[in-house]
Design a protein around this ligand. Structure first.
Ligand code: ATP
Length: 199
C-alpha cells in the first residue's frame, strides 16, 4: 500500500479552530456563520461508545464503537479530544476532521484550550481563531444574562477564563484574535478572516 502524505488533497481547506472562554459568544457567531454559508462548512463525525438511538445512522450521526475499540483508538493517539460523559466515551478523531476537508468542506472545531493544544500536535494545518471578551466584567454580565449559571459555576467559568486569556496572550498560539465587543462588527471580522483563509 502506498502511503499518502497528510493534507495531500490540493482542494482540502484548513480546519478552523475557534476557541474562547465560555460565554464569549462562540455559539452565537458560529450559528450566524453557518446560516450565512450553508454549503461551505461541515461537521466532523464524532466517535461514541453509547448505543445508537432510533433514527441515528452509524457513520452519519456518530461512529458507534465498543469501549475496547475506543480505548485502543485512544492508545493509538487517534483523538484530538475525548471525554467520558454519563458512562460513555465521546471523541473527535483526527481522521474525522480530515474527512470533512477531503470533501471540500471547511471543518470548524469549537473547542477549549486543552483541545487547542492537542490539535496543535497534529498535522491538520488548522487556523486558530481566539474570540476574546471585551473584559472579564462583560463576560460575567453575558454569562449572567444567559441565565444558565449558578453563582458557583459562574465563578468557575470566570476563573477558567482568566487562565484561557493568559494562554491566548502567548505569541504564536493563535492566527487571529477577535474581540467580541459589538456583535455585528465581530461577526464581520470573523467571516472576513475565515473566508480569506479558505479561498
Ligand atoms: N457581542 C455581544 N454583545 C453582547 N452580548 C453578546 C455578544 N455576543 C454574544 N452575546 C451574548 O452572550 C451570551 C453568551 O454567548 P454564547 O452562548 O454564544 O457563548 P459561547 O462562547 O458559545 O459559550 P459556551 O462556550 O458556554 O457555550 C449569549 O446570551 C449571547 O447572546
Amino acid at each position: 500500500m502506498t502511503s499518502v502524505p497528510p493534507n495531500s488533497n490540493p482542494t482540502s481547506k484548513p480546519p478552523i479552530v475557534l476557541s474562547a472562554p465560555s460565554g464569549t459568544g462562540k455559539s452565537t457567531l458560529l450559528t450566524r456563520l453557518f446560516a450565512a454559508h450553508p454549503q461551505t462548512f461541515g461537521f466532523s463525525i464524532s466517535h461514541t461508545t453509547r448505543q445508537p438511538r432510533s433514527g441515528e445512522t452509524p457513520g452519519v450521526d456518530y461512529h458507534f464503537v465498543s469501549p475496547e475499540t475506543f480505548e485502543s483508538l485512544i492508545a493509538q493517539g487517534a483523538f484530538i479530544e475525548h471525554t467520558r460523559f454519563s458512562g460513555n466515551y465521546y471523541g473527535t478523531s483526527i481522521e474525522a476532521v480530515r474527512a470533512v476537508a477531503e470533501k471540500g468542506r471547511v471543518c470548524v472545531l469549537d473547542i477549549e484550550m486543552e483541545g487547542v493544544k492537542q490539535v496543535k500536535r497534529t498535522d491538520l494545518g488548522a487556523k486558530y481563531v481566539f474570540l476574546k471578551p471585551p473584559s472579564l466584567e462583560e463576560l460575567r454580565a453575558r454569562l449572567e444574562g444567559r441565565g444558565t449559571e449558578t453563582e458557583e459555576s459562574l465563578g468557575r467559568r470566570l476563573e477558567r477564563a482568566r487562565v484561557e486569556l493568559g494562554f491566548a496572550e502567548v505569541p504564536g498560539v493563535h492566527d487571529k484574535i477577535i474581540v467580541n465587543d459589538d456583535l455585528d462588527r465581530a461577526y464581520e471580522e470573523l467571516e472576513g478572516y475565515i473566508l480569506g483563509v479558505i479561498s
